[in-house]
Design a protein around this ligand. Structure first.
Ligand code: SF4
Ligand code: SF4
Length: 336
């Protein structure tokens, strides 16, 4: 495994880290096995979040008695001091530890949120106190909107930044990551497979490993995935021209108007599981699973006909997707 320095934290993290979203889908027992496998394959960087239901709990249980082998990062959407202090304590408890290496302000979307976080009773007050009390080691930030995160880096000396980056999402390389490098921050790459849109994880991850990012954190929900992903950072090889062509071909097929499955659009007041419709539609469009997708769509309730077009989902989507229009297309193709 290649280890890299997480910016000014000086922590040495595995170039492939563990993204903690998909572990929510497996049982507690499987979750623990997956965490054990990650450690066995030398993945030492684990990233989770307060908002990922039982992800912290599973990772905490998996690291029981092995905490010293891991560098642990988590995050919360708390914006004020009191909620942040509460969430830090909950994270410590769920993760079964008395110290979290990196605590991040999660998905900072607007300048208003940033002003609240950095204000006199904002989340940063609690984070700094927790750091002074030895509960956390470093303070980081995550987001999906580069201009907001750039602003955040200008107003506070965060130790790390976590942002989406993959073959089709390179906005961060324009201003954000150059600024982070200048400030000697750790750079953590989320959504390396564009929320599962890339079906060739080997090439997509190898592409990112060729950059100077501290850790790339694909989500993993099986021992097999852990093994395969970890192997990519053991013997790094540059991509060939043929590899690059294949990646570019796949990127062109995916385009930019696609759902990254981040789930920030939820909950829908009508109970629609919005990303699941887009997943089904991608099977329909890209993987020749037309009949299966149509039949699955027919069994889901509520579905797109129940959408009242309120637009709440669109105001939450960090990628500014025209969700209502996309859902109408889903129904047109699958609602047969
Ligand atoms: S526009 Fe439709 S899908 Fe979006 S939140 Fe409103 S009801 Fe739900
Ligand atoms: S529609 Fe937008 S907010 Fe919802 S899961 Fe997809 S990318 Fe995320």
């Amino acid at each position: 495994m290649e280890f890299r320095t997480l910016g000014k934290t000086q922590l040495r993290v595995s170039a492939i880290g563990f993204g903690g979203i998909p572990i929510q889908r497996v049982s507690l027992k499987e979750g623990v096995e997956i965490v054990h496998a990650a450690l066995a394959y030398d993945i030492n960087f684990f990233d989770t979040a307060r908002g990922y239901t039982d992800s912290e709990e599973k990772i905490g249980l998996g690291l029981k008695g092995k905490r010293h082998k891991a560098i642990l990062a988590t995050k919360t959407m708390a914006r004020d001091e009191r909620s942040m202090a509460r969430d830090i304590d909950i994270s410590l408890k769920k993760l079964q530890t008395d110290y979290i290496d990196l605590y991040q302000c999660h998905n900072v979307k607007t300048e208003e949120e940033l002003a609240e976080i950095t204000g006199p009773e904002g989340a940063l007050v609690a984070l700094v106190k927790a750091k002074e009390a030895g509960k956390i080691g470093h303070i980081g930030i995550t987001g999906h909107i580069d201009q907001t995160v750039i602003k955040a880096l200008q107003v506070y000396d965060f130790a790390t930044v976590q942002f989406p980056r993959n073959v089709i999402e390179d906005a961060a390389e324009k201003e954000l990551f150059p600024l982070a490098r200048k400030k000697e921050m750790g750079v953590i790459i989320m959504k390396p497979l564009a929320g599962g849109a890339f079906k060739n994880p080997v090439l997509a991850l190898r592409y990112l490993l060729g950059w100077d990012y501290s850790s790339i954190i694909p989500g993993m929900d099986s021992v097999e995935q852990v093994k395969n992903n970890a192997a990519l950072a053991v013997d790094l090889k540059p991509l060939t021209d043929i590899d690059i062509q294949r990646l570019e071909d796949e990127a062109q097929t995916i385009g930019s108007k696609f759902c990254r499955r981040c789930e920030y659009c939820k909950p829908c007041p009508q109970g629609l599981d919005i990303p699941s419709f887009f997943i089904l539609h991608s099977y329909f469009e890209r993987y020749g699973l037309g009949d299966w997708s149509i039949s699955r769509y027919g069994s889901i309730q509520p579905n797109v006909v129940n959408c009242i077009e309120c637009g709440i989902c669109e105001s939450r989507c960090p990628y500014e997707l025209p969700i209502r229009e996309m859902l109408r297309q889903v129904h047109k193709d699958l609602g047969q």
